[in-house]
Every structure is written in structure tokens, then in C-alpha cells.
Design a protein around this ligand. Structure first.
Ligand code: FES
Length: 755
């Protein structure tokens, strides 16, 4: 083992607070250390230093700033340097003697003692780190489920980047709900509209004519299995009675078809034939047969000029392996029959999406005398869904502006609880509607009833009569079944939970290389959905271009010890563990190394590579080697993300603390096993332990912080039975911004231990 140690003085600023020479001498005395370099500014001079030590060291220990928070020499930059040096990512550790040591301790001797221990802890861990696993080969093929605008845009962008895509759509046509909306908001800043009959074919034809995109319409995903880092997916397609390559859309078949049924595409405001096209510009440009209604009379066969029809067609099954998957399945409509008061069963009570088709089919018919538009019909309510569906107010603005333009004699009233026409363009639509005499009334709807052939809307502000009542229905997620197949954690409404930190990773899910685009993720208008499709394409591209999945921390299950209880499968937030017969098996390609499984396993059968029990015990063992005798020994086990960053911020913000605590950066706070805590208290002469995790709802591994808190609470209650004061152990939720709280917790523990 040739360990190289680089001690950075941070432009000599650390030398004032820490005895750097003592650190260097100590590093030189450690077994296996072949090189020790003192550098004044590693971030500026690293190339020179690397040239000097390259090829001479096989492990690297950096003593200086924080790998988590340093803006100049953090873990991302370090990863690149290691790559340049040809060193494995796991052959590196950092001893943070700046943010969490020199900057928080005023006492130079105390700070030096702590720095020596931090160095020692990093050293013992580095010695036992194991190289990352071998690269996992990812298929350069992507599954996109959902052929709406988000899915199509994503597919097109990926295809242009040279990646093969299989696009699966449940309808016979592409475009999703967008195809049903005649006029779309054009853009955010300018209140104009564009017809979907122009916009959709532009995206759809790019998708259809790309030789990189295979489109499977009338199909759905039946099975998903993770195999060697890829997704093995089974797709089932309904019988294709009409060959799209032969169909010329002449319509002769529909003319002779004797079966007429209500058109689902037109929300039953028109009829279609059992063989028909859902709308004139449908892409793929082909007719389709509704299997459940076709009576097999064969009339269509007689008139088809290209022999495109085969009434004996059978369902098809496709199997593919994908390196990544995109779920772009859009939204579903809430069933308003569940809310009695809106009288949705009445034929003249329609939803906004139904209104879109009603407009498309009836605009030239007799105008209604009066229309009442009810906002929040089921959104933000106890009877429906508690959330705001976000798009209802903008859609209302567009539709009332349009209705009032075309039906100038019609009285239109909008009943609202609150109006939220976000952005510039939507408010402009609303103002135009107001100018065109649409009445806006703030009121609560109590009931919608029929009276003398009219509809009466009863509110707390009076009654309104209408020929047509429009309900702004809530939008609900559409693809819980599919998301569960991919193992995505869902929220209470069945929307997927974005990977934390959500703000900067909004389209990523908790399962590696499964992305969610468009309204499947939350409410978006068409333009926002297109943006989302493109954004996801970029993320997918990035994920597939990097063939080597970094496997520094991965869980490894000892099959001999595993009892097959399945607890690890249940707690894994990344869907990386499955049962194979009676043994749990972890898939390194999907493991995020959070460590939730290792501490939950009742058989202690799981270890996390490079965060093994022995490594943590070794660190605890040396944590107070240089501590002053008689001082309380406080150990802070800080979660990898939030809490460790908060500890760094204590230094950055200039807080001052006693130098008798030591910190270890653990994985998720739930990775810490109770027996290790107990051992530290009983055998390692640690006086007090603080385990800190991300603030509530912010754990990077979904529920790790809650698990850790519960488990530690249980241990705390047990401690007095072992003669240990429960105050010696604390669990704290410490988000990044809670550096002040962390400092107070350390000080409070210090005081209570002294007492
Ligand atoms: Fe911070 Fe889970 S990652 S507690």
C-alpha cells in the first residue's frame, strides 16, 4: 500500500489555527504512507502536485477543506483529479480540517488534536476501502411510455442525439390529450393561441419519420424486470387489423361499416364507425378498428383499395432491453360523479376537456343563452382532491375569452373561490374575457340542480341559471400501475416523488435511469410539457453516455446469513433489492448506497461496500486518540448530505465550538446500526453521540431520517436498562440551513456531559 498524503494549508490560513508541521509528522509516521506533501493551495496547484506523485501512490488522502462544501476542492472536482491520476474513486479519502476544525475551534491545541484525529479516521478508512465494482454495460436504447407531446419530444430529441427509442402509446394515435384540444396556449409571455392541428403533426411527423424511433401504438407495458443494470420490458400490442403501411386513409371502409358507436375521442359528442379514424390528422395516418364493436361483417374488406385490412390479426408481444425508461403517460380525469352536488350526470354539465370537444363539434350550432363556469370543481376540496390542479384558471381564461368572442349574446359567469392565472399571458386572457363581459363571481357552490328546463347553480352569493355548466375538473395522475412496475415511490396522490434535492433534479425518480416527463409528474400546459420532454431527453442522454456507473458504495448481501425476511426489499427506496427464491439480492446498478437496508437487516447480513461495519468501528476506535484526557468525548455521525453540509456551514459562518467533538460523515443517517452506537458508548469510551439526518421530508433516500429517528428513540429508551444515561444519545434533524441548531445541540450535549 502506497498512500500519498496531501496536506493543504489553504494559502497558509490553516497554519494559524492548526499545527500543520505536527500533522505532517504524524502523517509520515503512519504505516503504508509513502509520500506526504505540504501544499499551500492544492486547488490552484494540483496539476504540479499530481505530476510529482502520479504513479508513486495507489491511495490518496487529502487533508484540508471539506469535500462536501468546499467550492474549490469538492468531491466532484476530486473525482476528476483521481480520474486524471488513474486512481479508483474509492482509493481516496478526505480529512476535513478546515470547515469542521480550524474554522470552528479557537483553541489551537484543541484544533490540532482534532485535526490529528480527523486525519487518523480518514486514514484507517482509506486503508480498508475497496476498489469500485466493474463497469456495467447499459443498453443505448430508451423506452418512452406515452406518445403525448412530452413523450414525443423526448423521443425526437433522443433520436437526434443518436439514441434508439421505442415509443409505446396506448391509443391508436400520437398526441394524447393535446390532440383533443383544438386551440392551445401559444406561449408564456404572449397571450396567443395556436391550433393543435398545426402543432401536433409537426412533432408527430418528426417522431414517425425518425429511423431511430420505433412507435408501437395500441400497446402497453406488461412486465418490467431489472437485469444487469438494464430494464427488460415486455410490451403487448392489440391486434393491428389495419396495416398502417398500406392504409391510404381513403375512408371507404368507414363509409360501408354498419356499426356506429359514440366517439371516445370526441367525449361522446359525436359518433364514429367501428372502423374509423379518431380525427382527420391522426398520426400514424391510418384507420383503426374497435375490436369490441366490430361484428366481422367483412364489408370493409370488400372496399379497401389496398388490401390493408386483416380481420384475423392477433395481439403482438415485444421484448426489449432498455438502458433507461421515460414515463410520459400524462394525466387522467377525476370522476366527478363522486361529488353529488355538481350534478355531473346531467347532459348539460360538462368538464373542461369535454367542453373542448363540445366546442370542436358544436361551435356552429345554436349558442347557449347562458353558461356558468365553476372553478375548483373538486380541486382544493375535501370532497375531491386537496391540491390545486394549477391549470384550471388559465384554461378557464382561454375558454371564456373564446366563448365570449364567438357567442357574443351568451351570458357567461365564472364562479370562483380564488383566481390564480399564473404568468403574464394567462392573466391577459382573463382580462380580455372580463372586457368581453364575462362576469366573475367569488362564491361557494352549494348545488347544481335542474329547474324548468334550465340548470340552477346555487351558491352562497345567490343563484345562477345556465343552459350549460362547465366544471373545472381536478387532474389526477394516470400511471400508478406503470410507476409501481418500475418500483417508483409515489406520494399520497400517486404522483411520483422526485429524487432529492427535487429543486435541481425534478425529472429524476428514486430509481436510477427512470425519468418522468410531462404531466405524469405534475400539472403542465402543452408548452411546459414539451420543455419537460426535452429536459428529460438531456438527462437520459447524460445517463447513457456514462457507461460506467460509479459503485463506490453498494450493498452486498451475504446469502449465507440472509433469512429471507424481505425487510431490506421493503425499506429500499431505490427498488434495488429483490427476492430470489428465499434470498435477498441487491442489484449494484440500482443501489444508491444509502445503507437503509444494512441497518434494517435483523440478521446483520448486509454490508455496504466502503462503509462497512468494521470501517465505522475502526474510525470510532481512533476518533479520540489525541483528545485531551478528562474532556467529554462527543461523536457526531452526520448524514452524507444535509447534516454534514450544516456542520461545514458552522465553520463558514464563524460559529465557535469546544474542540472535544469529532465528526464522521456517514451515509444516510439510517445507515447507522444501533449495535455500533451501543458499542461506541460501552467499549470505545465515547461519552455522547449525536446522529444527525436531513430535515423532515428532505432525506435523500426518502424515509431514512424517519427510520433513524425511530430506531434511535427505541435505543435511547433501552439505554437506562444498561446503566447508561439516555441523554448520551441524540437523534437530530439537521438540514443544511440548520447549522445554528447543530452548534447548539453540540454545546448542549457538552454541557450536559460535563454536569
Ligand atoms: Fe440525510 Fe437520509 S440522506 S438522513
Amino acid at each position: 500500500m502506497n498512500i500519498g498524503v496531501i496536506v493543504c494549508t489553504c494559502g497558509n490560513t490553516l497554519s494559524d489555527r492548526i499545527d500543520i508541521d505536527r500533522l505532517i509528522d504524524f502523517a509520515k509516521s503512519l504505516e503504508g504512507v509513502s509520500t506526504v506533501k505540504r501544499v499551500d493551495l492544492f486547488c490552484e496547484n494540483y496539476e504540479e502536485v499530481i505530476r510529482e506523485i502520479e504513479g508513486k501512490v495507489d491511495r490518496l488522502l487529502f487533508v484540508g477543506c471539506s469535500e462536501r462544501s468546499s467550492l474549490k476542492m469538492n468531491e466532484d472536482r476530486m473525482a476528476k483529479i483521481l480520474e486524471e491520476m488513474g486512481l479508483d474513486r474509492a482509493m481516496f479519502e478526505m480529512a476535513n480540517v478546515r470547515e469542521q476544525c480550524a474554522w470552528v475551534h479557537e483553541d489551537r491545541d484543541g484544533a490540532t488534536r482534532r485535526a490529528l484525529d480527523q486525519l487518523m479516521m480518514a486514514y484507517v478508512k482509506l486503508r480498508s476501502n475497496r476498489p469500485t465494482g466493474k463497469a456495467i454495460k447499459l443498453e443505448k436504447r430508451v423506452l418512452v411510455v406515452g406518445g403525448g407531446v412530452a413523450g414525443m419530444q423526448c423521443a425526437v430529441d433522443l433520436a437526434k442525439a443518436g439514441i434508439d427509442v421505442v415509443l409505446v402509446e396506448k391509443n391508436p394515435y400520437l398526441g394524447g390529450h393535446t390532440a383533443q384540444i383544438p386551440l392551445l396556449f401559444q406561449c408564456e409571455g404572449w397571450s396567443s393561441m395556436c391550433t393543435s392541428e398545426c402543432v401536433l403533426p409537426v412533432i408527430a411527423r418528426e417522431t414517425t419519420f425518425s429511423d431511430k424511433v420505433k412507435i408501437i401504438t395500441n400497446a402497453e407495458v406488461k412486465e418490467v424486470e431489472k437485469v444487469n443494470g438494464n430494464f427488460s420490458v415486455t410490451i403487448e400490442q392489440k391486434p393491428q387489423f389495419i396495416d398502417p403501411s398500406k392504409c391510404v386513409s381513403c375512408g371507404k371502409c368507414a363509409e360501408v361499416c354498419p356499426v356506429e358507436v359514440p366517439s371516445e375521442f370526441d367525449m361522446k359528442f359525436s359518433n364514429r364507425k367501428a372502423i374509423d379514424k379518431d380525427f382527420a390528422l391522426a398520426i400514424p395516418d391510418t384507420y383503426n378498428i374497435l375490436d369490441e364493436y366490430c361484428n366481422r361483417c367483412g364489408e370493409c374488406l370488400k372496399v379497401c383499395p389496398t388490401n390493408a385490412i386483416n380481420l384475423d390479426a392477433k395481439p403482438s408481444t415485444y421484448n426489449y432491453s432498455f438502458g433507461a425508461a421515460v414515463i410520459a403517460t400524462g394525466f387522467d380525469k377525476y370522476d366527478l360523479n363522486k361529488i353529488e352536488k355538481y350534478n355531473y350526470r346531467h347532459p348539460n354539465v360538462v368538464t373542461t376537456l369535454e367542453l373542448e370537444r363540445w366546442i370542436a363539434k358544436n361551435f356552429n350550432g345554436k349558442p347557449p343563452e347562458s353558461i356558468v363556469y365553476i372553478l375548483c370543481s373538486g380541486s382544493r376540496s375535501e370532497e375531491g382532491v386537496p391540491y390545486c390542479s394549477k391549470l384550471c384558471c388559465p384554461i378557464m381564461s382561454k375558454l371564456t375569452m373564446r366563448l365570449s368572442t364567438v357567442y357574443q349574446e351568451t351570458e357567461i359567469a365564472v364562479i370562483y373561490r380564488d383566481l390564480r392565472t399564473y404568468g403574464r399571458a394567462f392573466e391577459d386572457f382573463r382580462k380580455r374575457a372580463e372586457v368581453q363581459a364575462v362576469e366573475f363571481v367569488k362564491a361557494e357552490v352549494e348545488r347544481v340542480v335542474e329547474e324548468n328546463g334550465k340548470l340552477k347553480v346555487i351558491t352562497n352569493e345567490g343563484e345562477f341559471y345556465a343552459d350549460l355548466v362547465i366544471l373545472a375538473e381536478p387532474l389526477v395522475p394516470s400511471s400508478a400501475r406503470l410507476m409501481k412496475m418500475f418500483g417508483l415511490p409515489l406520494d399520497e396522490y400517486n404522483f411520483p416523488i422526485e429524487f432529492q434535492p427535487r429543486i435541481i433534479r425534478p425529472s429524476e425518480s428514486y430509481v436510477d435511469r427512470v425519468f418522468v416527463a410531462g404531466t405524469a409528474r405534475g400539472f403542465k400546459d402543452v408548452q411546459e410539457s414539451v420543455e419537460s420532454g426535452s429536459a428529460v431527453a438531456m438527462k437520459v442522454y447524460e445517463a447513457l453516455m456514462n457507461d460506467k456507473i460509479p459503485l463506490k458504495y453498494v450493498s452486498q448481501i451475504d446469502g449465507g446469513r440472509c433469512t429471507g425476511c424481505g425487510i431490506c426489499v421493503a425499506v429500499c427506496p431505490h427498488n434495488a433489492i429483490k427476492m430470489e427464491s428465499t434470498i435477498a439480492k441487491s442489484d449494484p446498478a440500482f443501489c444508491k448506497g444509502c445503507g437503509l437496508c444494512i441497518s434494517a437487516c435483523p440478521a446483520n447480513a448486509i454490508q455496504l461496500m466502503n462503509f462497512e461495519d468494521k470501517q465505522l468501528l475502526d474510525q470510532i476506535d481512533v476518533a479520540f486518540r489525541h483528545a485531551e484526557e478528562g474532556e467529554p468525548r462527543i461523536l457526531a455521525l452526520l448524514c452524507y448530505w444535509c447534516s454534514y453540509a450544516a456542520a461545514d456551514l458552522m465553520g463558514l459562518k464563524g460559529l465557535k465550538l469546544p474542540a472535544n467533538f469529532r465528526s464522521i460523515r456517514v451515509r444516510c443517517s439510517a445507515s447507522v446500526k444501533n449495535w455500533i452506537l451501543l458499542k461506541a458508548l460501552l467499549e470505545n469510551r465515547v461519552d455522547g453521540i449525536i446522529v444527525a439526518g436531513c430535515s423532515p421530508k428532505n432525506c435523500h433516500h426518502l424515509h431514512g431520517n424517519y427510520m433513524a429517528e425511530k430506531r434511535i428513540k427505541a435505543l435511547k429508551e433501552t439505554l437506562p436498562m444498561l446503566g447508561i444515561d439516555g441523554k448520551r444519545l441524540r437523534y437530530e434533524y439537521i438540514g443544511v440551513a440548520m447549522w445554528g441548531k447543530l452548534a447548539n445541540v453540540i454545546k448542549a450535549m457538552n454541557n450536559s456531559l460535563r454536569e
